[in-house]
Design a binder for this molecule. Sequence first.
Ligand code: ZN
Length: 96
Amino acid sequence: MPLEIIDDQFMVCPDCLMIIANDDASGLDDSLSEKEAVEREQEIREAIAETQREGQIAVGDSERDDEFSVSPCACCGTRLAGQRHHCVILGSGRKS
Ligand SMILES: [Zn+2]
């Protein structure tokens, strides 16, 4: 069954994007202590897993990135203002 976009405005913070796009959380240690980075990674991975129950997260159109936003990250929910990257949710389109 072809996947279709079920959410075309899934704006995520740079931390989430890093894990969604590259499955790589190593950049988290840049701004956090080792312990904080581990906790943050776990928080993000749980948020991603939660979202994946509805559909698959895919990196969207970088043209639609937001340079600065105060809206919470659609994935982990951080309220830290900053960049938001455009992602989409792909699903089968069936409502559960
Ligand atoms: Zn996030």
